[in-house]
Structures are given as structure tokens and as C-alpha cells.
Design a protein around this ligand. Sequence first.
Ligand code: NAP
Length: 281
Amino acid sequence: MTTAVTGATGQFGGLVVDGLIARGVGASDIVAIVRDEVKAKSLSDRGVQVRVADYGDVDALRSALAGVDKLLLVSGSDVGQRVAQHTNVIDAAEATGVSLIAYTSVLKADTSGVSLAVEHVATEERLAASSIPSVLLRNGWYWENYQASLQQAIDTGVLLGAAADGKLAAASRADFAAAAVQVLLSEGHEGQIYELGGDERLTYTELAAVIAQVSGKPVVSKDVSEDEYRSILEGAGLPDFVAEMLASADAGIARGDLDTDSGDLQKLIGRASTPVAEILG
Ligand SMILES: NC(=O)c1ccc[n+]([C@@H]2O[C@H](COP(=O)([O-])OP(=O)(O)OC[C@H]3O[C@@H](n4cnc5c(N)ncnc54)[C@H](OP(=O)(O)O)[C@@H]3O)[C@@H](O)[C@H]2O)c1
């Protein structure tokens, strides 16, 4: 059984490769699909089969997927290009006879109003039309997303956002990766849609309290409108598309788009999710 992981030099893909090896998969039975071979040196040093293929390169993707049974397609990071890129991977998987594709989508993709859901929905539709059975890992928000603004929140005493009193069922990247590993290493997941979120479902008021607790400094949340938040992020130097994505995500949190009590993550990983205080502490 050969298992391939795309984005294997990325944070999520790397955790999945580590998890497969930790669960006893032989490194030579893992194919790491990467776009930068130099970045993949630690993988090849450990005996993982490293194959180079950009999501834009159909021929390279076909070569990279030769002999692969199960494929984890980790969604790319080129916002706006991802539907075409993911389609290339799925086309190549069909051509090479892959037996299962697991895809990292976003929580509640089909009903979510967050801007980044659009490309995930289109990828899910392409998977549904594919001849290959698939499983949707609809990952919620990573708690690690708050590491970027953590220091500023501690320094200013304010966690700024536009999520109103919406609940956020985020989890650590490692917990979502562990769920992906479980899906790759067990049977019966074809056609499943997993809505993955952590045990702690926090408002920004509660998240600010966690940051205050772990930092020992007073931190409170301050809510602004989606438009105001986008302008503040742009003013702080974030690229427009990132500011738009983050503001849209906060508006989604306000609506409950990034909240779930499905229990799917906990069932797959066989334990409670890692506490946010551990991740941000
Ligand atoms: N749930 C969340 O909160 C959340 C947050 C951020 C992102 N995401 C999504 O989840 C994915 C995995 O997260 P992550 O933390 O692992 O992100 P990451 O560290 O940025 O990893 C993204 C991976 O995709 C690879 N990639 C990007 N464009 C590619 C292309 N054109 N061809 C081949 N490979 C390409 C990157 O390759 P390189 O290593 O060469 O850069 C990298 O390995 C992200 O890409 C994004 O779609 C989810």
C-alpha cells in the first residue's frame, strides 16, 4: 500500500507524514509530493519517496502519482488558483488509478459564507464527479492562526476581531493532521464528510480570557465591523487578499460557519482535542 501526501513540505502535510511513520508505515511506502526538492531533504533523508510536482504541472503530477493507492490532497495556498490546481491533481489521480482521495476542505464548506469556502466547494464538486472514491476532511480553523496576532494582543491588551459573539470550534493543526492519518490508515471512509472541530467552542471574549491566562497579562476582545477589520488589517500591511480572507473568516465565525459539535474530530483521533491554552501558551 503506497500512500501519497501533497504539500508534504508544508506544516500540515509534514505532520501527516510524521504521523504515518509514527503509526508504523514504512517510510518507503510514503510518497511525499512537493514542489521544492531542496525543502524536502529531511523527508528523503528519512527514506520517504520524494517526488517533485507543482500543482500546475499535469505531467509531473501523473509521474508523481504512479503506483499510489491512497492520496491525501492537501489544499494549496495560491488563493484564486486552487480550483485549477486541485483539478490537475484529481485528473492525474484518475489517470494513474489512485483508489482513494482524502481532501482537506473547510468546515461546513457547502453552507459556509467565508470567502475561502468557494474554492473548497468547487474542489469538492470535482471530487464528487470523479471516478475515484473520496473523503472530505472539512477542517475547522487552526488555533495556530492566532499565533500571528498573539503578541500584539498581549502587548496592547486587546484581541481585535469581527466575530461578534460567534463560537469558534478550532483545533490544533496537529489534531487535524492526526484525523487525516487515521483516515489514511483505516477503511470505510469512502464518501464520508467529516466536519472537524475541537472540543473548545470559544467566543473571542473567551479566547481573550485564555490569552490573558496563558500570558499573565490582561487581554480583552474588541469587536469591530467586518469592513473596519479588513481596513485595519490592510493598514497594518497585510496583502489585500489576506485581509479580505481574515475579515471574511471572522464574519463567518459570527454566523457560526467555523463552529461545530459534530464530534467527528474526536471520533477519528480517539481523544479530546488539544487545549487551546497548550497551543497558545
Ligand atoms: N484550517 C485552517 O485554519 C487553515 C489555515 C491556513 C491554511 N489552510 C489550508 O490548509 C492547507 C495546509 O495548511 P498548512 O498549514 O500546511 O499550510 P502551508 O504550511 O502553507 O502548506 C501548504 C503546502 O501546499 C504546498 N503548495 C502550495 N502551492 C503549491 C503548488 N502550486 N504546487 C505544489 N504544492 C503547493 C506548499 O508547498 P511549499 O512547501 O513548497 O510552500 C506547502 O507544502 C493550506 O495550504 C490551506 O489550503 C487551512
